[in-house]
Design a protein around this ligand. Structure first.
Ligand code: PMP
Length: 277
């Protein structure tokens, strides 16, 4: 049995129901967070809460919960699901109304839902490198918002699965943005680069953890624009996200990349230490 939280109640996931007139369903008018819990401890929960409240403000949803109350709900869901490693999804929509209208009514009551699944990918030293494909970024201009409107991302992941790639890496006008569900990094001559937040990307929590780790181990890192040409000529390419941690990319469209894992292995070692504290 998996216990979730929905609008004030903890209940069996199978019993959780929301209205078909929920604006999350009708318009994708909702945001979400994904948080890993390692050894019963949510990883970087404060950073996830920071991003959540920034997103709520960006899309003008106000909830009747304080930051501490949201944190308590997340911790309760983790506690009620008896698994040491979990992946927690927090979804907040603008709520439902009686009549469908793009313009929200004066005081819709947001739908708040938290659920948990087993976390299968625990960061470890034996993680296998993945294959990716490079595609044109056709997403909207506000990819900094962690919106549940994930149609583009779903389409990329369907294509990846059909073509036997693990991830799609996106480029716009010859510059790398991010992955369909991840941020990207590359290494050239022992220096790390990642697209800056001005490149229409999600400010990934794992991205900022990795930037901190690279700084801590004394390797130079820059956040900038990265051309497809430079990217493809790098010594190492990595992708990062909450569910998978940090993964080395071995091939892009069947061209071998990452001839080395020199910096990656140092960063991964530190990442494992930090997630297992
Ligand atoms: N970019 C996109 C488009 C994503 O979907 C994700 C994962 N949700 C990320 C980056 C990584 O973000 P995080 O490290 O916070 O999981």
């Amino acid at each position: 049995m998996s216990i979730c939280y929905l609008n004030g109640k903890f209940l069996d996931l199978k019993e959780a129901k929301i209205s078909p007139l929920d604006r999350g369903f009708l318009f994708g008018d909702a945001i979400y967070e994904v948080i890993a819990s390692y050894n019963n401890k949510p990883f970087k929960i404060e950073d996830h809460l920071d991003r959540l409240f920034i997103n709520l403000k960006d899309i003008k949803i106000s909830i009747n919960y304080s930051r501490q109350e949201v944190k308590n709900i997340l911790e309760s869901v983790i506690e009620k699901n008896d698994l040491s490693n979990q992946i927690i999804y927090l979804q907040i929509s603008r709520g439902h109304e009686d009549i469908r209208d793009h313009i929200p009514g004066p005081s819709p009551s947001p739908t708040i839902f938290v659920c948990s699944f087993p976390l299968k990918n625990i960061p470890n030293a034996q993680m296998t490198a993945i294959k990716a494909s490079l595609k044109k970024d056709f997403r909207w201009r506000k990819s900094n918002i962690k919106s549940t409107s994930l149609l583009a991302n779903v389409m990329y992941k369907i294509q990846a699965s059909e073509e036997n790639f693990f991830e799609i890496i996106l480029q716009e006008n010859g510059y790398i943005t991010e992955g369909a569900v991840s941020n990207v990094f590359c290494v050239k001559n022992n220096e790390v680069k990642t697209p800056s937040l001005e490149n229409n990307i999600l400010p990934g929590i794992t991205r900022s953890v990795i930037i901190d780790i690279v700084n801590k181990i004394g390797i130079k890192i820059t956040e900038s624009k990265i051309s497809v040409e430079d990217f493809m000529n790098s010594d190492e390419i990595w992708i990062t996200n909450t569910t998978k941690g940090i993964l080395l990319v071995s091939e892009i469209d069947e061209v071998q990349v990452s001839n080395s894992d020199n910096v990656y292995s140092k960063v991964l070692k530190k990442f494992i230490e930090e997630t297992l504290v």
